[in-house]
Design a protein around this ligand. Structure first.
Ligand SMILES: NC(=O)c1ccc[n+]([C@@H]2O[C@H](COP(=O)([O-])OP(=O)(O)OC[C@H]3O[C@@H](n4cnc5c(N)ncnc54)[C@H](O)[C@@H]3O)[C@@H](O)[C@H]2O)c1
Length: 335
């Protein structure tokens, strides 16, 4: 089967593409490099007999999408391409609407026009807002806390509406919780950005000495140690979730949580990082941030029952692989 992976040079897309290639799929990546680097293609294609093809371009470009679908026999699309910074989405909501919502609508329109059979969409636990954990897929969609979460809710609506109107393609919506980690062989990992609000990238930056300490927002949540609890899931587990979704896709629109089902507090992550990697992480607990919720973790039982998928890796694998990848990058830069 030939699969078009949008955003395939990004964090989750690159790991998923590598896994697809390893399993014998043909893959075409479409990415505009707005949050990725071309060198990632070497990591993806390393140790794979068949190589991914790459097109640099935008999901908003209808003419390019027509060219892709007429010149490649694409049967499945995995749609990762999106902007993902909650903070930036509050500053530039229109940019998030255009890229994430309009982009998904245009891509889906072309999939329908060109007879693509399967469509897998990257959604987010952000859409649950402050629903009570563990959250299952039938939980009410929460209050929209930011334009990023809002863009995912709108995309899900567009996908459902399109299916009820056209009866195709079959759609799987995967709602990921907090994705972290890196490829265990050190060939792929996450780009660390200064402003992405991502806990693991802050911890790594402290471990490398780039920043002094971690500010933990809120030490008075109703949790055992007072810090916020999230469901961290290894990127290799998430990548595998897409293979299950593609292979077990049923008629219609189906939604699954990809989470471990376990909550881990900020302090627990920090302690685990220190223990596994032997690096000290300085921190200071400060006031809660507006819009943050105390506890969020998944009920992953639907994915277990229907897709035969569950998280195999745990928080120790996440902190080890994240650090190994960044440490390797630093050593390569020093050579
Ligand atoms: N990382 C997480 O914890 C997490 C959690 C929930 C949901 N998600 C969703 O998963 C998807 C992938 O996330 P990620 O962490 O790999 O992000 P990422 O930023 O690393 O990857 C996204 C990729 O899409 C590309 N891209 C963005 N807009 C594009 C466009 N208009 N046309 C073509 N390419 C475009 C970027 O260059 C990048 O390579 C996103 O949809 C994100 O919202 C991520």
């Amino acid at each position: 089967m030939k699969v078009l992976v949008t955003g395939g040079l990004g964090f989750i897309g690159s790991h998923t593409t590598h896994m697809l290639l390893k399993r014998g799929y043909k893959v075409l990546i479409l990415d505009n490099l707005s949050n990725s680097r071309l060198e990632t293609l070497d990591g993806i294609n390393s140790s794979c007999e068949n190589k991914a093809q790459f097109v640099e371009g935008d999901i908003l470009d209808r003419r390019l999408l027509d060219q892709i679908f007429t010149s490649h026999d694409v049967q499945g699309v995995i749609h990762f391409a999106a902007l993902k910074s909650v903070k930036e989405s509050m500053e530039k909501p229109e940019r998030y609407h255009l890229n994430n919502v309009e982009g998904t609508e245009r891509l889906l329109g072309k999939c329908i026009q060109h007879g693509v059979e399967r469509f897998v969409f990257s959604s987010s636990a952000a859409i649950y807002g402050n629903s009570r954990s563990p959250v299952s897929e039938d939980a009410e969609i929460g209050e929209i806390l930011n334009p990023y979460g809002g863009s995912k809710i709108k995309c899900e609506q567009i996908l459902r509406n399109a299916y009820s109107l056209h009866g195709k393609p079959d759609i799987t919506i995967l709602r990921y919780f907090n994705v972290a980690g890196a490829h265990p062989e050190g060939i792929l990992g996450e780009e660390m950005r200064t402003d992405d609000g991502n806990l693991m990238s802050h911890i790594i930056r402290i471990a490398t000495g780039e920043i002094e300490k971690l500010f933990i927002y809120g030490g008075d949540y109703d949790t055992p140690d007072g810090t916020g609890i999230r469901d961290y899931i290894h990127v290799m587990d998430v990548a595998r979730g897409h293979i299950h979704a593609l292979e077990k896709q049923k008629r219609g629109v189906h939604i699954y949580n990809l989470g471990s089902g376990k909550g881990t507090s900020v302090l627990q992550i920090l302690q685990s990082f220190e223990k596994v990697n032997g690096r000290r992480i300085a921190y200071e607990i400060v006031e809660r941030r507006e819009g943050d919720i105390g506890v969020s973790f998944a009920d992953p039982s639907k994915a277990m029952e229907e897709l035969g998928w569950w998280a195999e890796l745990d928080i120790r694998d996440i902190v080890r692989d994240s650090w190994d990848y960044q440490w390797r990058l630093i050593q390569d830069m020093c050579k």
